[in-house]
Design a protein around this ligand. Structure first.
Ligand SMILES: CC(C)(COP(=O)(O)OP(=O)(O)OC[C@H]1O[C@@H](n2cnc3c(N)ncnc32)[C@H](O)[C@@H]1OP(=O)(O)O)[C@@H](O)C(=O)NCCC(=O)NCCS
Length: 147
């Protein structure tokens, strides 16, 4: 089930974040993202224990783009459509609440699963961001326009 996050979820989201990324956002950054745009912070729970197995968060930029700040799904729960549903949920909230027409995100050039997910949702690579990540890896800027 996908639902809006509440403040008490942030600790579990941070534990998930650490399992998903080698350069995780600090808990305080996740809290800040939640506090800035609580209506754009969603979690996926598993059916039985109601553990958080995925999350997505985003913000609205000054230029009007909806920005996907972070998404991850627990390794054990991947390839079940959770990532896609999280993306569709946040895009829908950006569209209906903030009237967003354009979406953007950054992704590591090596992150094939994520790039494939975004392409399947209509995102296209716009530019390569040299040394975008802390370890020096390049990123891709990907965007999607819906209106
Ligand atoms: C990227 C991520 C969120 C995808 O989550 P997920 O729940 O596994 O994705 P879904 O099951 O919804 O997959 C949707 C589509 O994405 C593509 N995809 C997802 N994982 C893929 C993989 N490992 N290889 C190829 N394509 C993949 C497929 O097109 C898939 O559709 P299909 O299963 O019908 O073929 C997940 O792999 C993850 O958390 N990765 C680590 C964190 C991360 O990299 N986040 C993105 C940072 S920019």
């Amino acid at each position: 089930m996908i639902r809006r996050a509440v403040k008490d979820d942030i600790r579990s989201v941070y534990e998930l974040e650490k399992r998903c990324f080698k350069d995780p956002y600090p808990e305080v950054v996740l809290l800040m993202l939640y506090q800035l745009y609580p209506e754009l912070f969603f979690v996926a729970e598993n059916g039985i224990e109601k553990n958080i197995v995925g999350y997505v968060s985003g913000m609205i930029r000054m230029d009007g783009f909806g920005h996907i700040a972070s998404i991850c799904v627990d390794e054990k729960y991947r390839r079940r459509g959770i990532g896609r549903r999280l993306m569709e949920t946040i895009e829908s909230a950006m569209r209906t609440i903030f009237k967003v027409c354009n979406f953007r995100l950054e992704v590591r050039v090596s992150n094939e699963p994520a790039i494939k997910l975004y392409e399947s949702l209509g995102y296209r690579i716009i530019s390569r961001l040299k040394g975008y990540y802390l370890d020096g890896e390049d990123g891709y800027l990907m965007t999607k326009t819906i209106c």
